[in-house]
Design a protein around this ligand. Structure first.
Ligand SMILES: Nc1ncnc2c1ncn2[C@@H]1O[C@H](COP(=O)(O)OP(=O)(O)O)[C@@H](O)[C@H]1O
Ligand SMILES: [Mg+2]
Length: 276
């Protein structure tokens, strides 16, 4: 067993943000993200080769940060670290209320955030299985999710909102297919789909931020589905794409499937960790 100090020293050498040349402000920001538990998880990923270096943050949000890292082979990895703070808890709670998979966890902040991390991993996995372009999930543990990094060493792929499109209608059709196929093939509704949660790489859209995605049988699924359609139509209408009527998209999405082999039972998210 390594001591906490040894562990910390190791992680510090492999996380740019923790190095002592940072200004006071930066260090303070990171002190909250890299709490003791999180450092231990990162150390664990480092000893397993999933992470070699954490280079820089690509996003610092209220609920979590995303970092660009490389693994032992030098491949890019996106490290999404959820804060275990009250604000994350509040946002997450509204999606989890009434979801049987989270039964018994709603009173425990840490466990709930861990379950949320697990949920994003599974949602990504499910979208991948269905052939919908999302970052490939690599691992999750506690509040830290590892996934394929979309971008290169010079920076992450831009968000759709910042991309100039040659053919907005073609891009729109792709994104609409994420909604329809996401529902029909992955049995999921994204629930927060917008020009912020789609990255564009090599001219192709990739859906991200799938933590809140809910299964199609969730009591709010239809409402979130309509909201996703509305957001996407609003954005692409402003960009001059040929928009499909929301009712038509909805009907196509909800059309009964020929095969029902995706009717899997809902798993329990409680206290699970990957490859244990
Ligand atoms: N796999 C990834 N590869 C590259 N950049 C990413 C990846 N995942 C997230 N990002 C970047 O981080 C930002 C925040 O990630 P997101 O998952 O949307 O979390 P949130 O919006 O909840 O903070 C994204 O808008 C994107 O710029
Ligand atoms: Mg987002």
């Amino acid at each position: 067993m390594v001591s906490y100090d040894e562990m910390y020293a190791h992680v510090e050498r492999h996380v740019d943000a923790l190095k002592t040349n940072k200004t006071g402000d930066e260090r303070e920001t990171y002190a909250e993200v890299f709490d003791r538990q999180t450092l231990m998880v990162l150390y664990d990923y480092m000893t397993r080769g999933h992470i070699d270096m954490i280079h820089y943050p690509v996003s610092t949000g209220k609920e979590g940060n995303v970092f660009y890292a490389t693994d032992e082979d030098g491949e890019g990895v996106a490290v999404k670290i959820f804060r275990t703070s009250t604000s994350t808890f509040k946002r997450v709670s509204k999606y989890i209320e009434g979801d049987p998979r989270f039964k018994g966890l709603t009173g425990n902040r840490r466990k709930l955030i861990y379950a949320w991390t697990n949920k994003e991993f599974r949602n990504l996995d499910r979208y991948c299985e269905a052939g919908i372009p999302v970052p490939e999930p690599i691992a999750f543990r506690k509040n830290v999710l590892l996934m394929e990094y979309i971008g290169d060493e010079t920076g992450p792929a831009p968000q759709l909102k910042d991309v100039a499109m040659d053919d907005p209608t073609a891009m729109y059709d792709d994104v609409v297919s994420f909604i329809i196929d996401g529902y029909r093939d992955a049995h999921l509704v994204h629930g927060d789909l917008s020009e912020y949660n789609i990255l564009v790489w090599d001219g192709e859209p990739i859906m991200i931020d799938c933590g809140q995605a809910m299964t199609a049988d969730h009591f709010n699924a239809k409402e979130f589905l309509m909201r996703d359609i509305g957001n996407i139509n609003r954005f692409f209408r402003n960009r001059g794409a040929d928009i499909i009527d929301p009712e038509t998209i909805l009907a196509e999405t909800l059309k009964p499937a020929d095969d029902d082999d995706l009717e899997e039972s809902e798993e329990d998210y409680e206290e699970e960790e990957e490859d244990e």
